[in-house]
Design a protein around this ligand. Structure first.
Ligand SMILES: *[C@@H]1O[C@H](CO)[C@@H](O)[C@H](O)[C@H]1NC(C)=O
Ligand SMILES: *[C@@H]1O[C@H](CO)[C@@H](O)[C@H](O)[C@H]1NC(C)=O
Ligand SMILES: *[C@@H]1O[C@H](CO)[C@@H](O)[C@H](O)[C@H]1NC(C)=O
Ligand SMILES: *[C@@H]1O[C@H](CO)[C@@H](O)[C@H](O)[C@H]1NC(C)=O
Ligand SMILES: *[C@@H]1O[C@H](CO)[C@@H](O)[C@H](O)[C@H]1NC(C)=O
Ligand SMILES: *[C@@H]1O[C@H](CO)[C@@H](O)[C@H](O)[C@H]1NC(C)=O
Length: 501
């Protein structure tokens, strides 16, 4: 008999009903979601369900993804390993076809070994199957992504089905919303952000549980990294309407857990895979691409609730946190760089010198733009290895009203009402260093400033150490070649290319 069964057995004969003694985890991941909720000080976008969850959560103000791209980020969330270490260098679907390595440990597989039931509902977007397998799967692999990812009535019913099965085991349930992802590229008939899908208008179908919230484009404030034009305002208004579907979906999922009597012993997490699909957002390591909402709601009464933590946090911390919650250890022979977030539920650390790291290689297969990043509370250093090439733009963002507007205005030499020019956006320096205390918008690159030399050296050193620790194949790029076999077996070396002009 496993320890858990034993525990249940004992408790069943004491004072509690069996079911409610299990400790479960619910992880909800938005798709390209940002800070569009009151809890994160957005006063316009209405997200009452997320705000309600935030009231019961520790609210992270310094949480960052390790890669600002869908499949790589999801693979990192589910393995605790950065993309360059788990092998998911870019998007998984279609021609992109990226996959993690066959021998990588994934969270669902680790938990299954300990008799924890695992489920995924909605967007999966990672592979191969044998690495990422859940006991219960209703994903885009055998459903319409619009149904399992955006139809919140359908999602509600699938969560209900999951909770009705095998009630004797603790569970880990991953809900991957497809909202608020754009859809002008794949389903333009439903609007820029699929904000019309299921709204009951002719041809749009009906999502019975969704009450869309509409916004006046001219009443919105665009974030600082989006141009202040009519086109961008309309784009944001559509995104906000789609947020209302995500938000109500979150409410429905939580309600299902409550109705099943398991919410009171479930650790709930909410976050997003990467930044919002706007300039400097998704596919970038600027904060709009890298910073994520993160809510951690503990069912334990004496844990911190409705408080903000400023501790530096990475989405690579999710695996260690869930393993810690279930008292499961990571297999010997490999090591994670993330840390459990459970101690933060008790108290804020006295001192937080922690740095978080990121590693980006591709988004689409054609978008080779390797970058590495280190971010501390005060500073950010980005290494753009392909700095001689223009920064690539993905198919989805390219067709967006916001990007088309930037292109049109640039072509016709009209004012952009933006904090950058397209030229700056495309052509980046090899090293970008920002002092976020004085420059939160990352507009002044200090990498060449002599007064920041010591800071630069220190950050470069920490970044290199992380790359070594996580076995980064790009460790010598772009000015050297890594030799680590044959003559170099015992002393791996970066041999110089002498390619710096
Ligand atoms: C439920 O448990 C049974 C027996 O352990 C197993 O065969 C089945 O796959 C489980 N179903 C799900 C959805 O976890
Ligand atoms: C999708 O596949 C899973 C197994 O991977 C299966 O349990 C489920 O019933 C399938 N759903 C549909 C709609 O075919
Ligand atoms: C959403 O799902 C529900 C339940 O499966 C279904 O009745 C409804 O028609 C779906 N709505 C759309 C827009 O597909
Ligand atoms: C994990 O261990 C702690 C302390 O030993 C215990 O309170 C908790 O119930 C355990 N959790 C699970 C899911 O077994
Ligand atoms: C950009 O210009 C094209 C061609 O003139 C036009 O069709 C399109 O509507 C414009 N888009 C925006 C967002 O300004
Ligand atoms: C820069 O950042 C500040 C604080 O975050 C913000 O209020 C301001 O609007 C931003 N402006 C520009 C042009 O970057």
């Amino acid at each position: 008999m496993s320890k858990l069964y034993m525990l249940c057995f004992l408790l069943c004969f004491s004072m509690y009903p069996c079911k409610s003694n299990f400790q479960n985890v619910l992880l909800m991941v938005a798709d390209d979601g940002g800070f569009e909720m009151g809890a994160y000080l957005n006063k316009i976008c209405q997200a009452p369900n997320l705000d309600k969850l935030a009231k019961k959560s520790l609210i992270f103000s310094n949480a960052f993804t390790s890669v600002s791209s869908c499949s790589p980020s999801r693979s990192a969330i589910l393995t605790g390993l950065p993309a360059h270490q788990n092998g998911m260098y870019g998007l998984h679907q279609g021609v992109h076809h990226f996959n993690s390595f066959d021998k990588i440990h994934s969270l669902p597989k680790l938990l299954q070994k300990h008799n924890i039931r695992t489920g995924i509902i909605g967007k999966k977007h990672v592979g191969p199957k044998q690495v990422y397998s859940f006991d219960f799967e209703e994903t885009e692999e055998n459903n319409s992504i619009l149904q399992v990812g955006r139809n919140i009535t359908k999602i509600k019913l699938l969560v209900r089905k999951f909770l009705q099965q095998n009630q004797s085991q603790p569970f880990f349930l991953y809900v991957g919303f497809h909202d608020p992802h754009r859809c002008g590229h794949t389903h333009p008939e439903y609007g820029n952000f699929c904000e019309k899908f299921g709204n009951g208008e002719p041809g749009m179908g009906l999502i019975p549980d969704w009450e869309p919230i509409y916004y006046q484009p001219d009443q919105l404030k665009v974030p600082y990294f989006v141009q202040d034009t009519v086109a961008a305002h309309e784009d944001i208004a559509a995104q906000y309407t789609t947020i209302s579907r995500l938000d109500q979906g979150v409410g429905l999922v939580l309600k299902e857990l409550e109705n099943a009597g398991v919410l009171e012993n479930t650790l709930v997490m909410y976050t997003s895979d990467n930044g919002i699909p706007f300039p400097s957002g998704r596919t970038n390591f600027y904060d709009p691409g890298m910073a994520e909402p993160f809510l951690l709601s503990s069912p334990r009464k004496d844990d911190r609730h409705n408080e903000v933590t400023y501790s530096m946090t990475s989405l690579l911390d999710i695996v260690p946190t869930v393993l810690d919650w279930f008292n499961v250890s990571y297999p010997e022979g490999s090591e994670l760089t993330g840390i459990s977030l459970l101690p933060l539920l008790k108290q804020e650390p006295k001192e937080d010198k922690r740095a978080v790291f990121g590693s980006h290689n591709h988004h689409e297969v054609t978008m080779y733009y390797p970058m590495r990043v280190i971010r501390t509370k005060r500073y950010k250093l980005i290494h753009n290895m392909n700095y001689k090439m223009p920064f690539p733009i993905d198919q989805d963002f390219y067709l967006s009203q916001s990007f088309q507007d930037l292109l049109n205005r640039t072509q016709s030499k009209q004012p952009l009402f933006w904090y950058k020019t397209l030229q700056d956006y495309y052509y980046r320096s090899e090293w970008e260093l920002y002092d976020l205390k004085y420059d939160p918008n990352e507009s002044r690159n200090l990498a060449e400033k002599s007064s920041y030399k010591a800071v630069l050296t220190d950050l470069k050193q920490q970044l290199t150490q992380w790359q070594v620790k996580t076995l980064d194949p790009w460790i010598c790029s772009p000015h050297g070649v890594l030799e680590n076999q044959g003559l170099f077996k015992d002393h791996p070396s970066c041999l110089p290319l002498h390619n710096e002009l």
